[in-house]
Design a protein around this ligand. Structure first.
Ligand code: 13P
Length: 681
């Protein structure tokens, strides 16, 4: 399951990152789509906000992708991704059903999907998202929090920079057909063909309205104000078929036509004009910025002096044209095409494009045109009249570099840090004894105990054992078990000892009696003794002193009950229990082993997670360091106890501060005890 969730996590992230970036490089294109949606749904008054909405959409989508990739800010990111999908999936279904807008634009101009394809893609994303919601805890966290914060700022910076570049210039990476170097004449008409209206074939435009497509001849195009949306141009033969030649020229074919005010198609004439032609482009004269209007004058004069063609190519709208002429005093000629074609040619409004023999040399927003350079003859990339070289492949590589370089850099630093920490941990872990100790509790008769000890001895014989193995048995068995395991690596201990040295304490067993059997360990302060026999720190201090005075190694147990874990007081409780040990000198303390046994995990099958256990172990070690010093803390073995089994021991023992286990139920059978010992590889 984990692997499935992680594959889904990375695929989902890849789609969001790609679609976010594809739109970030061309926010103007995204804003055109946003405008289309707003107008269609009757929110035309909000179209001034469409550029802001475009920025927000693509940046949010990109950052969601980055967060999912890194597995951080999961809840918020999943909420935002869900909202995006809940908004766009019904929208794309509606688009697919009605064909009201020809393309949703979810990957900008980088990848064109039909509305049904987009809807299918969104459904797959929803299924992926549902899995991420239900199994978000299994998502991979690729970086620590600090590096995540750094990286998300880098990613945000990249997205904002791309949007900025694309908003005030042409798209940083341009996936549209009108790039410098494009031979428009060939791409529009196919080699050796003419786009005319008087042959046996006819160039027609496909428009759609309310999902209905209709063909219009070039001299009777419909009014966009009436809701018609331009789709493409095609060459229709007299027999009704679409030209084969045109479909052969397909990948290069560009939708483009130019007409005069009289409706005469002059595409061929314009693109066949030898030499230079300057085109002033405006998809909407009413919306064109009038800041740099004086540059147009300079340009048209320059064109006249140097025998350049100079035309303003705009969408046909008589009122707008009159207003423009009135406001700017324009005397240059106007020709017409569809607004969406002009928006595809150049995102800014107005813009200037230079053609040489039908080939695009460069295009630029009017505001960025070096008009003075052009008219004074100073050469630069615009004024030299050469084809501007924009290497989009290099730009794609740059974006990928900016996206992945900090990512891999941070990841590398983090891996180095992790390895360094691991080495430190391993070194300090090496100094401590690793121990797996069994606590048989009140479960074995003398014979059963001897048989269990012999079985364990046999299982361990000849094996390389990487930890100390101890069995703590009921008093009745201690002496016999010591004998039974003679000659093996197994150490033996008791489960308790008296707080008194000797005397009239009927039923008690003194530490020196335990030591006299050859046993070396004694468990003290086990939660069951605290619970059923009311053992407290005062008593335990006396027991500790007896054990140490008789050369026994105390395995001193601490641990909280469930309520203390739930109400968050567990650390104070454990610190309080440790006080009994802290009455010892550093020298005596160094002879003890600590066992953390959360009471709620003992015999319940509920193991503390390795993170929960490690948290407390690290806390205990830090507390020892505070009481004594770091060296004493580093040398103290701290064992974990509570439903420890062969299946969870490796993960628990891999924690930096867990040095072994104190095992109850699983220590009663050789078969279940051995895998825990073997967890120390
Ligand atoms: P279990 O391993 O049976 O949970 O018991 C743990 C324990 O109390 C060891 O002292």
């Amino acid at each position: 399951m984990k692997i499935v969730v992680r594959i889904v996590q990375f695929l989902f992230a890849a789609v969001f990152i790609f679609s976010g970036l594809a739109k970030c490089v061309d926010p103007a294109g995204t804003s055109i789509k946003v405008t289309e949606y707003l107008q269609y749904f009757g929110f035309g008054m909000l179209t001034d906000l469409s550029m802001g909405i475009a920025w927000l959409l693509c940046i949010v989508e990109f950052i969601c992708g980055v967060n999912i990739l890194l597995g951080h800010a999961r809840h918020l990111t999943l909420v935002v991704s869900t909202l995006l999908l809940l908004l766009f999936t019904p929208l794309t279904l509606w688009l697919a059903l009605t064909d009201a807008i020809s393309e949703c634009g979810c990957f900008g101009d980088a990848v064109h999907l039909t509305n049904w394809q987009t809807f299918g893609k969104n459904l797959i994303l929803i299924v992926m998202l549902a899995l991420l919601w239900t199994k978000s805890e299994l998502m991979y966290r690729l970086m620590g929090r600090t590096f995540y914060v750094f990286y998300s700022y880098c990613a945000l910076g990249l997205a904002v920079w791309l949007c900025w570049m694309g908003s005030w210039r042409e798209p940083f990476i341009d996936f549209r057909p009108f790039t410098p170097g494009t031979n428009l004449k060939e791409a529009v008409m196919g080699e050796g063909q003419e786009q005319t209206t008087d042959s046996d074939s006819e160039w027609v435009c496909i428009y759609q309205r309310n999902g209905v497509r209709q063909e219009f001849s070039l001299d009777s195009l419909p009014d966009e104000a009436e809701g018609w949306e331009f789709v493409e141009t095609i060459e229709r033969h007299a027999d009704g078929k679409v030209s084969d030649d045109r479909s052969k020229a397909e990948p290069k074919h560009i939708d483009f036509f130019v007409k005069t005010a009289d409706g005469e198609v002059i595409t061929d004439e314009l693109l066949s004009r030898p030499g230079y032609t300057l085109l002033l482009l405006s998809h909407s004269l009413d919306k064109a910025s009038q800041h740099d209007i004086d540059r147009i004058e300079l340009l048209s004069e320059y064109a006249g002096d140097n025998d350049y063609g100079f035309l303003c190519l705009t969408a046909r709208d008589e009122k707008q044209l009159e207003r423009w002429k009135f406001n700017t005093g324009a005397e240059y000629p106007f020709v017409f095409t569809d607004a969406s074609i002009i928006e595809t040619m150049c995102r800014s409004n107005p813009a200037v494009m230079l053609l040489r023999d039908g080939v695009i040399c460069w295009k630029t927003p009017l505001s960025r045109l070096d008009a003075e350079g052009l008219t004074s003859g100073k050469l630069n990339e615009q004024t030299s009249g050469d084809i501007e070289e924009i290497n989009y492949h290099n730009r794609i590589l740059l974006v990928l570099f900016l996206l992945f370089a900090p990512f891999f850099l941070f990841l590398l630093v983090e891996i180095v840090q992790f390895l360094h920490k691991q080495t430190l941990i391993n070194n300090s872990k090496k100094m401590r004894k690793k121990i797996v100790a069994g606590n048989w509790k009140m479960n074995t008769t003398l014979q059963e105990g001897i048989a269990l000890a012999e079985g364990l001895k046999e299982a361990l014989a000849g094996k390389k054992v990487n930890c100390d193995v101890v069995v703590c048995t009921p008093f009745i068995s201690v002496a016999s078990v010591v004998k039974a395991v003679e000659g093996s690596v197994i150490g033996v201990g008791a489960e308790d000892c008296s707080a008194h040295e000797k005397g009239a304490y009927t039923g008690e067993v003194a530490a020196n009696m335990i030591a006299s059997t050859g046993a070396k360990y004694v468990i003290l302060g086990h939660s069951e003794r605290r619970q059923y026999h009311g053992e407290n720190n005062e008593l335990l201090v006396a027991k500790l002193q007896q054990a140490l005075a008789n050369g026994l190694t105390p395995i001193f147990c601490v641990g909280e009950v469930k309520e203390e874990r739930v109400n968050g007081t567990y650390k104070e409780v454990i610190e309080g229990q440790m006080e009994a040990l802290y009455t010892l000198s550093a020298e005596d303390f160094a002879k003890c082993v600590v066992a953390y046994e959360p009471v709620w995990a003992i015999g319940t099958g509920l193991t503390a997670t390795s993170e929960q256990a490690e948290e407390v172990h690290a806390f205990i070690r830090a507390s020892i360091a505070k009481k004594y010093d770091a060296a004493v803390a580093d040398n103290t073995s701290i064992l974990y106890g509570g439903s420890c089994k062969g299946s969870n021991a490796p993960e628990l023992f891999a924690q930096p501060d867990i040095d072994g286990g104190l095992i109850g139920g699983a220590a009663l059978k050789v078969d279940t005890f051995m895998p825990i010992i073997e967890a120390w590889k």
